[in-house]
Ligand binder design. Structure first.
Ligand SMILES: [Zn+2]
Length: 136
């Protein structure tokens, strides 16, 4: 979601667009790496040192409740957030913590097929792959 769209969605949901919130949204939209709350806080603080951790924490959780960000738990003991709402999956590098996004047409078809075989209409799915980089 683009910054403008996100701001509009927030306002519609009754979330007032204060300065700190705008900064938090901008950091989220510009992030390409699925940042944790700590990482979001560090980036927000670099722009506006007056924003507190509590504000970042509360805002991110409110955005999650409003379904304006997606929260991920990648078995790391902390949550990561993203604003990319296009359907995609994640490969998590267990050594570096890097998160690589991917899509796969064959996978989508296969999941539809599996659901159908089980007698279900597929509503949603979520795939996380955990891997270690092959060294050459
Ligand atoms: Zn993602």
């Amino acid at each position: 979601m683009k910054l403008q769209e996100l701001e509009t969605a927030c306002s519609k949901s009754g979330l007032k667009m204060t300065g700190p919130r705008k900064t938090i949204l901008k950091v989220l939209v510009e992030a390409e790496d699925h940042p944790s709350v700590d990482e979001i806080y560090a980036r927000v603080k670099a722009v506006d040192p007056s924003v507190s951790m509590a504000t970042v924490y509360r805002t991110v959780n409110t955005l999650d409740e409003l379904n304006l960000v997606t929260k991920h738990e990648f078995k790391e003991g902390f949550a990561r957030f993203e604003t990319n709402t296009d359907h995609h999956h994640h490969m998590i590098d267990v050594d570096s913590g890097d998160v690589i996004e991917f899509t796969n047409v064959e996978l989508e078809a296969l999941k539809e097929k599996i659901a159908e075989e089980l007698g279900y209409e597929l509503i949603d799915h979520n795939l996380e792959l955990y891997g270690r980089k092959i060294k050459d």
